[in-house]
Design a binder for this molecule. Structure first.
Ligand SMILES: [Zn+2]
Length: 220
């Protein structure tokens, strides 16, 4: 259920599967029937060409099922209670550039984040973001909310850059500053040099100590 499979960019939309109608042999009716039922391998090739995660998303003649049919198939496998927090059927959207199919889950429960939406790629099955929303919405999140302070932001940015290998220079981007300002009008961003120095400091600490370090600062 919660396998974090985050790369589904294998979809080859060129459909290079070749033609299946290779009826060169002289036509007995038996053979003609046999060509209708595709072999497992052929179906598998079709599945990969469509970028589908399941053979069930194909009809027996290998044509793709409709987006609505695929959604029904997927919904029948969703057992986690978290789906009950959202409207029964997620909306299907197709990204114009990539053609990627997404599901939009809309919060249906009264709560802080009522009617907020969570987007998830159709090929994904992870419920992490849905659960995070539910916890925030119902106020059952176990993570304490951090309060803004210059020092905490500096340390969090350093931790983020170090952990995810982001370039320190991202803090110099105008767009990054604008996003931060949306969240906190008077935000003061550290320089990339400061981030770099912080990361060097972190290297001297174990992960555990870094957590303690951050918790202490979070209280100030
Ligand atoms: Zn909600």
């Amino acid at each position: 259920m919660d396998s974090d499979s985050d790369s589904d960019d294998s979809a080859d939309r060129n459909g290079n599967t070749g033609s299946n109608g290779n009826n060169t042999s002289p036509g007995s009716t038996d053979l003609a029937d046999a060509t209708l039922a595709l072999s497992k391998e052929e179906m598998e090739q079709r599945r990969i060409a469509e970028g589908f995660t399941s053979l069930k998303w194909l009809n027996t003649n290998s044509t793709p099922k409709t987006n609505e049919e695929i959604r029904e198939i997927q919904m029948s496998t969703w057992k986690s209670s978290v789906y009950g927090h959202f409207e029964h059927k997620p909306k299907i959207i197709i990204h114009t550039k990539s053609g990627k199919k997404m599901y939009i889950f809309k919060c249906q429960k009264p709560g802080k984040l009522h009617r907020r939406t969570i987007e998830r790629a159709r090929n994904h099955t992870t419920t992490t973001n849905l659960r995070k929303h539910e916890q925030r919405c119902t106020g059952t999140t176990t993570k304490p909310l951090l309060k803004y302070s210059r020092k905490l932001l500096r340390l969090k940015l350093a931790q983020w850059c170090a952990k995810r290998r982001w370039p320190f220079a991202l803090v110099n981007d105008d767009e990054f500053e604008e996003i931060m300002q949306i969240l906190w009008t008077d935000v003061e961003l550290p320089s990339s040099k400061t981030i770099s120095c912080n990361i060097k400091e972190f290297k001297l600490e174990t992960d555990k100590n870094v957590c303690k370090f951050l918790q202490v600062y979070a209280l100030h």
